[in-house]
Design a protein around this ligand. Sequence first.
Ligand code: 1HA
Length: 276
Amino acid sequence: PNWTSAGTYTDIRFETSGDGLARISLNRPEKRNAFRPLTVQELCDAFNRVRDDPSIGVVLFTGAGPAADGVWSFCAGGDQSVRGDGGYLDDSGLPRLNVLDLQRIIRSLPKVVIALVAGYAIGGGQVLHLLCDLSLAAENAVFGQTGPRVGSFDGGFGAGYLARVVGQRKAREIWFLCRRYDAAQALAMGLVNAVVPLEDLEREGVAWAREVLQHSPTAIRCLKAAFNAETDGLAGIQELAGQATHLFYRTSEGQEGRNAFLEKRDPDFSGNAWLP
Ligand code: 1HA
């Protein structure tokens, strides 16, 4: 793709291809792409811009690299050096856990997010890759949780959704033992969709994205909402129902209700059958 910068940020890069793709990259490789509140704020902004751009259908979410020492990382989770006594501190000293907002944005984005994981996906970074719709791992990918070691835990999607993806046994092992898992192990437990050589990661991600882009945007967004509804309770049903309302607004039946109100008359739905 012909990537063009689509915004000026400090901790991330946001690029678009002009033909349906966006690429969002964590860009703190010397910190193993750990996120601080600013990083998360910038990611939320970029993902929200993707949401509002009808020309974009698929986002590749990745980590810039390698670092000067040659090590790759997708994301090493929350930046422990700005972790205050009540959360991760922003420049004004306010403690935040704003990565939870980012998780919701990725989850609810009515487009496909593909994680491209080279190197470490640890802690909150492992949860971010988990929340992407699809995940491709480079052969050097390393996954794991550290919360019980560093005094943290993600009991939301990080625990419950992980258990849905890899099963309760494996999810408990991942969190209770804080081991590291290589790409082959991640594939075997269903944590990633495929493993590819590092040099092919971007190309493979673009190929998967372009396959998605051939398909019906409405079918894809309804399916994403349906998968979420199966796990996300009433918030998931809200998303799926929102897709139904979205489609209903585009029918003459839906529009008749609006027209009747604006024209101060009774609605006439008689042209619409009570189908089986
Ligand atoms: O659990 C949550 C949350 C739960 C609920 C709600 C919100 C949450 C938000 C976040 C999180 C978390 O993410 S908790 C988990 C935080 N992350 C970690 O515990 C991982 C810490 N990092 C590592 O274990 C290792 O660095 C590594 C396995 C990823 C890489 O190891 P390696 O290759 O040996 O590199 P290392 O020398 O350790 O790191 C390179 C540089 O990057 C170091 O900086 P330097 O000494 O060169 O100045 C290192 O300090 C820095 N770095 C790496 N990870 C982090 C980090 N700095 C700050 N925070 C990090 N997470």
